[in-house]
Design a protein. Structure first.
Ligand code: BDR
Ligand code: CA
Length: 316
């Protein structure tokens, strides 16, 4: 499937991050998808690093032509919280990746998102947020008319039955910018949320990492080094074999939705209480009459997911 008219156009909004890096590689390795651009946001590390890391990953994939845009350097209302304790000082600790030589685009990420959605046929472009939702919320605030033009938002964020990974109640992406997350959930856009309840079932076990390493290409070696670094923190924290491979679930969901299952429910983000700030309150049992605003994914076929990731990485 190489004909552009057959490919699903997406924008990846991201804060790389080792798992973001694998998500970008998976998308660039997938002929079903047309990556229109990559927009960086502050999150795992500050913006100057996330935009640079996005360019490093494009170059690793042999795609220096991919436009990368820098977006918001801090959340809408709250000070930026970063996660070097998980991702390392650079955000992409693990392998030695060269400094990128491809340029950062002059245009602001929010302008790129708005202009692309206005230019492209309505209902065709899918947004894939892998970090705090600041850029997406700003785009919706700047040009509310884009809401009806978005085909779907498929995002990694939140947690309900599984609790939080940043506070007892909140997952990192939503915790960092809860107001942006609520803005996006309120916009009436078809939205799929892939929370910790799902991603904590997609573990980079030793066997799965060995299968990636065995591909033997420079990309596979870099991915094995990225994930080898990334999993250490969570292995210690959760006592598991491997860490959760969060963000690639978003891309895998676009490629093979049959690997995932969830429910159409209402989700509200806590933005008032400091104790539970950023909690995604999911009405899983439909105990309120709040209207459905998301499909929340709870399960993944982890073997099928890692087979897909491994098979696609082998093509880069
Ligand atoms: C999310 O936070 C980041 O650390 C990861 O890249 C992922 O997007 C998981 O909570
Ligand atoms: Ca991320």
């Amino acid at each position: 499937m190489t004909d552009d008219s057959q490919r699903r156009p997406i924008i990846i909004d991201t804060d790389p991050g080792q798992d973001d890096a694998v998500a970008i590689l998976l998308a660039l390795a997938s002929p079903e998808l047309e990556v229109l651009g990559i927009t960086a946001v502050a999150g795992n590390v500050p913006l100057p690093l996330t935009e640079k890391n996005a360019r490093k990953v494009c170059e690793l994939a042999g795609r220096p032509d991919m436009p990368v845009y820098a977006g918001a350097s801090r959340p809408l209302m709250r000070p930026l919280v970063t996660a070097e304790y998980v991702h390392g000082k650079t955000g992409l600790d693990g392998p030695e990746l060269p400094e990128p030589t491809m340029p950062l685009q002059d245009k602001h990420a929010v302008d790129f998102i708005v202009e692309t959605l206005l230019e492209r046929e309505a209902g065709t472009v899918t947004l894939c947020p892998l970090g705090p939702l600041t850029n997406i919320a700003l785009a919706l605030i700047r040009a509310p008319e884009i809401a009806t033009r978005i085909r779907e938002i498929v995002l990694m964020g939140g947690g309900f039955f599984e609790g939080g990974n940043t506070t007892p109640a909140a997952e990192f992406n939503i915790y960092v910018d809860p107001h942006a997350a609520q803005t996006v959930l309120d916009a009436g856009i078809p939205l799929t949320m892939i929370p910790l309840d799902c991603t904590h079932k997609a573990l980079t076990t030793a066997k799965r990492l060995a299968a990636i390493r065995a591909i033997g290409t420079p990309v596979a070696e870099a991915v094995a080094a990225l994930l080898g670094f990334f999993e250490r923190f969570d292995e210690t924290k959760y006592g598991t074999d491997g860490g959760p491979l969060h963000d690639p679930c978003v891309i895998a969901y676009l490629l093979k939705p049959e690997l995932f299952s969830g429910r159409h429910v209402n989700v509200v983000v806590e933005t008032g209480s400091e104790l539970t700030m950023g909690m995604t309150v999911v009405d899983w049992w439909r105990v309120t009459d709040r209207s459905v605003n998301a499909t929340v994914i709870r399960d993944v076929n982890a073997e099928g997911f890692f087979d897909l990731v491994t098979e696609r990485l082998a093509t880069l």
